[in-house]
Design a protein around this ligand. Structure first.
Ligand code: MG
Ligand code: MG
Ligand code: MG
Length: 309
């Protein structure tokens, strides 16, 4: 039975391309594997669609039930970011660059995690260690994922290893201008015209358990905050609906990639706790936080501290 390889819910470019890359590596090593994603192709985010098209990659299939199946997780290790029956699957591998989650196994597994900016960076190393050449189209996807996850090397999550990986992958993919690829992805991901506010909120969104309280954090990366000025009210309505579904707080990071900061929109039972987390002061439900680019490295750790996790 083939190993099902997939990334987190609401897959981003790293989750999508890492599932393709790890599947290719497994196959090159004689293991039966298949790439999946936890979404239908039609609902995939615009950035990832652009990347798949640019490099001629086929989108992973839509994941079904995994109970009783062998699975490999990329770009996450939290049960909450997997399919509902993940606890009933046999996790045979995890390749990740996030904090250790709550997935556990009964048998030994391949576990590879590094504090780097992207799963693609780790996979590049794994291909090299295995002596397997990365297929050209997949190398293009992996380098796009690194540019996306590290916000073109500007995010505090970016490491030297990520830069080295992109330099190596450029050669394999036949890419010369990575800035141009990043701008094409940014244009695709920050286009808001005609997109329902709910879809924008959930496009890059994660729920976290903060000391028993459910806290949701969405992020939109923008070339300028003006891009969302006309949909701001609708976004706040979508946040209110999300909060009414049993969340203690719903946060939306409107990240200005050019100014390198975030307008943090907050809807919370305890706004003072959120203000304390970021030493800020909410005005009309939001606050500008200079230098905030990364949900994983800046937003979530500060929230965990403030919630006493
Ligand atoms: Mg991800
Ligand atoms: Mg990632
Ligand atoms: Mg991301």
């Amino acid at each position: 039975m083939a190993i099902s390889v997939f990334g987190h819910t609401n897959p981003d470019t790293d989750s999508v391309t890492a599932s393709l890359a790890l599947t290719a590596l497994f196959k090159a090593q004689g293991k039966d594997a298949e790439a999946f994603m936890q979404i239908d192709e039609a609902n995939l985010n615009p950035e990832s669609k652009t990347v798949l098209k640019r490099f001629g990659l086929t989108a992973p299939k839509t994941l079904g039930a995994v109970a009783g199946k062998e699975v490999a997780l990329v770009d996450f290790s939290d049960l909450g970011q997997g399919p509902e029956d993940l606890a009933k699957a046999e996790v045979v591998a995890i390749v990740d660059h996030h904090k250790l989650g709550d997935v556990t196994t009964n048998s030994p597994l391949l576990y590879r995690a590094e504090p780097v900016g992207c799963t693609g960076t780790i996979l590049n190393k794994m291909f090299k260690e295995a002596g397997v050449t990365i297929p050209k189209d997949i190398a293009g996807g992996m380098l796009s994922a690194i540019l996306s996850d590290t916000v073109n090397f500007k995010s505090p999550t970016c490491t030297e290893d990520d830069k080295v990986a992109v330099a190596e992958l450029k050669g394999i993919a036949g890419v010369t201008d990575t800035d141009e690829i990043f701008m094409e992805m940014l244009k695709a991901k920050s286009a808001v015209a005609g997109i329902p506010a709910k879809d924008l909120l959930y496009r890059d969104y994660k729920d976290f358990d903060m000391n028993g309280k459910k806290v949701g954090v969405g992020q939109l990366e923008l070339a300028s905050l003006d891009q969302v000025a006309t949909v701001r009210n609708d976004l706040e309505k979508a946040m209110a609906i999300a909060k009414a579904e049993g969340r203690h707080s719903v946060l939306l990071m409107l990240t200005d990639v050019v100014k390198e900061g975030t307008e943090l929109v907050v809807l919370s039972d305890e706004p003072a706790v959120i203000e304390g987390a970021f030493s800020g002061k909410l005005k009309d439900g939001s606050m500008w936080i200079d230098g905030m680019m990364s949900r994983k490295k800046q937003t979530v750790p500060n929230l965990q501290k403030a919630f006493g996790c």
